[in-house]
Design a protein around this ligand. Structure first.
Ligand code: URA
Length: 155
């Protein structure tokens, strides 16, 4: 379910594939993907130079939140992806990824755009592209988060 450059310095981790992503085996091919591509383009990035993956490797039926057991069952795959890629920056897209990767009590509304460091890797989170679909006024804030990501990547 992961896609992108194996030399990427930036790894995006989202929640779980949607139904379309599940069928095609490619992350973010649906409407959220269009938003993500626009964001990347606005920040001078392309999918070819980053790596995108999900906490869950399959689509949870009915679009429900992933269950604890499902997240844990998929976690070794994510760990292995991270081990192979050794990204400089991990960006969690949305609450589910941020709470699994950064901290269980992470509040995406208050803490998006904040940074922590773990094992030579900088971690941050921003809203999931689907949150922008629901509320387009979030776009600019997420773009600012991404511009900071690009800036830190170049440092
Ligand atoms: N939403 C996600 O969290 N991941 C995808 O790959 C697509 C939509």
């Amino acid at each position: 379910m992961g896609r992108g450059s194996h030399e990427a310095e930036i790894m995006l981790i989202a929640e779980a594939p949607g139904a379309q992503e599940d069928q095609q085996g490619i992350p973010f091919v649906g409407r959220s993907g269009e938003i993500l591509d626009r964001l990347l383009q606005d920040c001078g990035l392309s999918r070819d130079e980053i790596y995108i993956t999900n906490i869950l490797k399959c689509h949870p039926p009915g679009n429900r939140d992933p269950k604890e057991g499902e997240k844990e069952a998929c976690f070794p795959y994510l760990k292995y992806e991270t081990f192979l890629l050794k990204p400089k920056i991990i960006v969690c897209l949305g609450r589910v990824a941020a709470q699994r990767i950064i901290s269980p009590d992470f509040k995406i509304t208050r803490q998006h755009g904040t940074w922590t460091c773990r094992k030579d890797c900088a971690l941050t989170a921003t809203y999931h592209p689907s949150a922008i679909l629901r509320d387009p006024s979030k776009y600019e804030g997420v773009k600012e988060d991404f511009l900071e990501i690009v800036k830190r990547c170049k440092e």
